[in-house]
Design a protein. Structure first.
Ligand SMILES: [Zn+2]
Length: 265
């Protein structure tokens, strides 16, 4: 179980669980968006940041520490780094001054990390952690930490996700729900679509009786620019199946999602 994750309503027998096959067909990951801007000169195709280097036959997916991973030249996307260098110049900075010399590489690697969801799929993160189970009550993982980037400003939005479903013959390993959130959060997003994509993925993986997802998040593009509304939290929800059609199920879900002290940064 990931730290910071609370499981609220969970009962039933997990000991009798057995692995069942994974419904893969519906779970194709969204393709990496291509650069659609037209240009008079033909440009070489951009290398997506998610095309990471292999090391020892394994793809690097975790930063190794504060500076180590950030500055690992094997992982730097040189084209992205040079773009950041230009960006620094356009901001009126001197990219050659001491504090900024390594910044383009750091930013390139940080952005690769922050958008790594493009290189992941739900199928991959769930793996074989699906189990046959007759439990028919609501399963909820709440307070899943969430960090994403808004697609309009490429500024962070962050908060918590609460994810629930009612099984219909199969359950998923609980640690997989936060990982499904990560697949979609670690892309350029709007909160509304993120909420729907998480609900849709759980529906595809589990074919449950119902799914509910609530996300509450603070958007830096609102907090540190424009309207500068420091304390406005955006709440979105997506409900499917019995969470949409059955008022009591929906009420139970919303009570569990909002029932505790509100999240504050
Ligand atoms: Zn924004």
């Amino acid at each position: 179980m990931a730290p910071g994750v609370n499981v609220v309503a969970l009962s039933g027998t997990f000991g009798m669980a057995q692995a069942i096959s994974f419904p893969s067909a519906k779970l194709r990951e969204r393709p990496v968006p291509k650069d659609s801007t037209s240009s008079r000169r033909a440009k070489p195709p951009a290398v997506p940041l998610s095309k990471r280097h292999q090391r020892d036959g394994r793809r690097v997916t975790e930063p190794r520490g504060d500076e180590g991973w950030d500055l690992d030249p094997a992982d730097v996307n040189a084209e992205y780094a040079s773009m950041v260098e230009r960006q620094l110049a356009l901001l009126g900075e001197d990219p050659a001054r001491e504090g900024l010399v390594k910044t383009p590489e750091r930013v390139a690697n940080a952005m690769a990390w922050l958008t790594r969801g493009y290189g992941q799929s739900v199928e991959e993160v769930v793996g074989d952690a699906l189990f046959a189970e007759e439990h028919r009550n609501m399963v909820m993982v709440r307070d899943i930490e969430l960090y994403s980037l808004c697609e309009h400003h490429m500024l962070p939005f962050f908060g918590k996700a609460h994810v629930a479903y009612i099984p219909n013959g199969r359950i998923v390993g609980l640690s997989k729900l936060p990982r499904i959130v990560e697949v979609f959060a670690r892309r350029l997003q709007v909160q509304e679509r993120l909420t729907e994509e998480i609900a849709g993925a759980i529906e595809d993986v589990l074919a449950p009786t119902g799914v509910g997802v609530v996300i509450e998040a603070y958007h830096l593009c609102m907090m540190m620019r424009g309207v500068e509304k420091q304390n406005s939290k955006t709440i979105t929800s997506a409900v499917r199946g019995s969470f949409r059609d059955d008022a009591r199920t929906r009420a139970e879900f919303l009570y569990l999602a909002h029932g505790r002290e509100a999240f504050a940064p």
